[in-house]
Design a protein around this ligand. Structure first.
Ligand code: NDP
Length: 235
């Protein structure tokens, strides 16, 4: 297979890093739009904040000049700003939406240009089990992550006839800095609720992303694919 031009946002750490490593191992040309930090070997990094449309467009331009039009976009960059509803400020709500939902939109819009021209593409949006399950203290985060489902399904209806798929991956509890920051009681409560009886490693999400981006998954689009050890069954 020809190496593909793959772009993963936020590949400097956590799940994004594992996804980038997986595509590098598969022989693809892998780039990331990131804000700083160390990157895995073989990943082309361009600095941009997904909150800035102009910076995102320019970063895609730089990546495409080296690797060619992006064929696989993995929109992974995301944040939490947990707070109880009554105490949540406009800023806490808007910041999470700006990164997780609007930031993803900015990347998808830019990536779609080349995909439409090529008549092929894979768009993979990293959501969360919380998007459909909900989470106390996570009104902002859950709203941003469930918004990705509507986004992927609308892209599927708009671009599905042009060889482009758009899918949502909904990870459960993955061992990264994001979950490491949770209080011990929250971690224990999650663990008790997960049928698999354990948290997952970022590589377990990366394996599913690789499949959804593969030729074998050409007929899967608009799907929400859980990687959550059974936590969200029945969504
Ligand atoms: P981390 O906090 O470890 O990593 C988040 C990544 O997003 C970092 O690379 C970070 O960059 C990047 N990022 C954040 N804000 C921006 C921004 N404005 N512009 C560009 N990049 C940004 O989180 P995870 O690896 O755990 O999470 C990755 C994705 O998976 C997120 O979307 C998260 O919501 C989702 N997820 C995670 C779960 C988990 O259990 N860990 C469960 C379900 C979903 P920087 O280093 O510069 O901050």
């Amino acid at each position: 297979m020809e190496p593909r031009s793959v772009l993963v946002t936020g590949a400097n750490r956590g799940i994004g890093r594992a996804i980038a490593e997986r595509f590098v191992a598969a022989g693809d040309k892998v780039a990331t739009v990131y804000r700083g930090g160390e990157l895995p070997d073989g990943v082309l990094g361009v600095i941009a904040d997904v909150r800035d449309s102009g910076a995102v467009d320019a970063a895609f331009g730089q990546v495409e000049a080296v690797h060619g039009p992006v064929e696989v976009l993995v929109a992974n960059a995301g944040i939490t700003r947990d707070q109880l509803l009554l105490r949540m400020t406009d800023e806490e709500f808007e910041e999470v939406l700006d990164v997780n939902l609007t930031g993803t939109f900015r990347c998808v819009r830019r990536a779609s240009k080349g995909m439409i021209r090529m008549r092929r593409g894979r768009i993979v949006l990293i959501s969360s089990v919380v998007g459909l399950y909900g989470g106390a203290g996570q009104v902002n985060y859950a709203a941003s992550k469930s918004g990705l489902v509507g986004m992927a399904r609308s892209i599927t209806r708009e671009l599905g006839g042009r060889g482009i798929t758009a899918n949502v991956i909904a990870p459960g509890f993955i061992d990264t800095a994001m979950t490491g920051a949770l209080p011990k009681e929250r971690r224990e409560a999650y663990l008790a609720a997960i049928p698999a009886g354990r948290f997952a490693q970022p590589a377990e999400v990366a394996a599913v992303v690789e499949f959804v981006a593969s030729d074998a998954a050409a007929y899967i689009s608009g799907a929400v694919i859980p990687v959550d050890g059974g936590l969200g069954m029945g969504h």
